[in-house]
Design a protein around this ligand. Structure first.
Ligand code: PEP
Ligand code: MN
Length: 457
């Protein structure tokens, strides 16, 4: 179908695509709902509920990501590995926002570039798992697949996929979104008041001291400019925040895929910026089929098994017209593999002249288990992968345009190392993630400072 508003968005709708065409492809990581009628009823209800985001916001973000592809902005994407229904509360949401705002201030100040802020929140409820079942002490149950599917408790009843959870996830996402929007509109992100972003539980911390010195010098600069101009500097009192989640549970995503008056094509209106996880990025799989037809900017996780040839085929399917801002590639290789796996991918994309935003996720390739049974990540490995990423892009003549992180504003001990040198015995104290380990406040700030240092080199 020809695009009537070609001047705005020069892409063609794939003729053979529909919001449900993914159903003809192999769909991995999908739960099997025992009650088909209840599933249909939940999906019918979801299709009628209002969207969580608008097409205007989605198009604005796509433009920001297009700028990032040209080196004019830097993407900061972060949040929980998985949100949980029980932690949809004001402290968790505002603390996470505080950490992201502090990190983005460090980045804006150090990189001298606007930062595109994207939260892994307001919909990050579905999780891919490496096995369909989990066995504990001889008992085998279906794996926990995120609160949108089943519950984390290890009982048969809690592990049954329940379609009503999709309605609850939609409602929790709307509440999260509403609170974030209200905070930002009300002035929470105002650069005149960075004290709003201080975390109550953080005591003395050398990194926080460094951050506060930087904030004080920015405050001086703002006041100086305002004295000169005799008025408030505009645009410093609000920032844009966008949402992202792994669009894993396709029935849920399909139900929120809509056409919008006066806009051409289909939008996923459950989030601004959905991504395809590494485990569901097969070229002929259901997830790639679903993603190729939506107008949102999209991301794909790229792991160590990706070959240059397979990556080019994926780019051809997901962004056939090389549309600016459309495609982000998030490499997550691990500190030990990035050096051997990433360069060939960077080279082929650059040689073929394809437009992508390269982003580093230094978390997911560095997951390990400790002797005392915790899933953790060493901050040293995370730092090392990120440093190598900057260096490898510099050598390849490509640009690392953003980071994708798992972090929280809660006082947790989930990743080892960092400024407080957390050790295996510290994990017991405050390990709260039901899925992957997250950076805590200091580890997150340290990461932002590291990015600034590496970009300056
Ligand atoms: C994630 O982002 O939580 C995740 C599962 O990542 P990946 O698909 O890269 O393993
Ligand atoms: Mn994760």
């Amino acid at each position: 179908m020809a695009n009537p508003d070609r001047s705005l968005h020069p892409v063609n709708l794939p003729a053979d695509w529909a919001p449900d065409s993914w159903r003809a492809r192999p769909a991995t990581q999908m739960p099997v709902y025992p009650d088909a009628a209840a599933l249909q009823e939940a999906l019918r209800e979801l299709r009628a509920l209002p969207p969580l985001v608008t097409s205007w916001e989605i198009i604005a973000l796509k433009q920001h990501l297009a700028d990032a592809q040209e080196g004019k902005r830097f993407l900061l994407q972060g949040g929980d590995c998985a949100e949980s229904f029980s932690e949809c509360n004001s402290d968790v949401i505002s603390n996470r926002l505080k950490v992201l705002l502090q990190m983005s201030l460090v980045l804006v100040h150090g990189l001298r570039l606007p930062v595109v802020r994207v939260g892994r929140f307001a919909g990050q409820y579905a999780k891919p798992r490496s096995t369909d079942d989990e066995t504990r002490e001889g008992v085998t149950l279906p794996s926990y697949r995120g609160d949108i599917v089943n519950a984390p408790g290890f009982t048969a009843a809690e592990r049954v996929p329940d379609p009503r959870r999709m309605i609850k996830a939609h409602a929790r996402s709307a509440m999260t979104m509403n609170f974030v929007r209200a905070l930002i509109d009300g002035g929470f992100a105002d650069l005149h008041h960075p004290e709003y972003w201080d975390l109550r539980w953080v005591g003395h911390s050398p990194l926080a001291d460094e951050y506060h010195r930087m904030v004080a010098s920015i405050g001086d600069a703002v006041r100086f400019m305002e004295t000169l101009s005799g008025s408030q500097v505009h645009n410093l009192n609000r920032v844009d925040f966008y949402t992202a989640h792994e669009a894993l549970l396709l029935p849920y995503e399909e139900a929120q895929t809509r056409q919008v008056p006066r806009q051409w094509g289909w939008f996923n209106l459950s989030t601004h910026f959905p991504w395809i996880g590494m485990r569901t990025a097969a070229l002929d799989g259901a997830h790639v089929e679903y993603f190729r037809g939506i107008r949102n900017p999209i991301a794909v996780k790229v792991g160590p098994s990706a070959t240059p040839d397979a990556l080019m085929k994926l780019i051809d399917v997901l962004n056939p017209e090389d549309e600016p801002g459309r495609l982000t590639l998030v490499h997550r290789m691990g500190a030990t593999q990035i050096g051997s796996k990433l360069p060939a991918l960077l080279d082929v994309v650059r040689r073929e002249g394809r437009r992508v935003l390269w982003v580093c996720d230094p978390m997911h390739g560095n997951t390990e288990s400790t002797a005392n049974g915790y899933k953790t990540r060493r901050f040293g490995n995370i730092r090392n992968e990120l440093e190598q990423a900057f260096e490898l892009h510099a050598v390849a003549g490509t640009r690392l345009g953003g980071v994708h992180l798992e972090l929280t504003g809660e006082d947790v001990t989930e990743c080892l190392g960092g400024a407080r040198e957390l050790t295996e015995s510290d994990l017991v104290r405050a390990y709260r993630s039901t899925v992957d380990p997250r950076l805590n406040y200091e580890q997150a700030l340290e990461t932002a400072m590291l990015i600034v240092r590496k970009q300056a080199q």
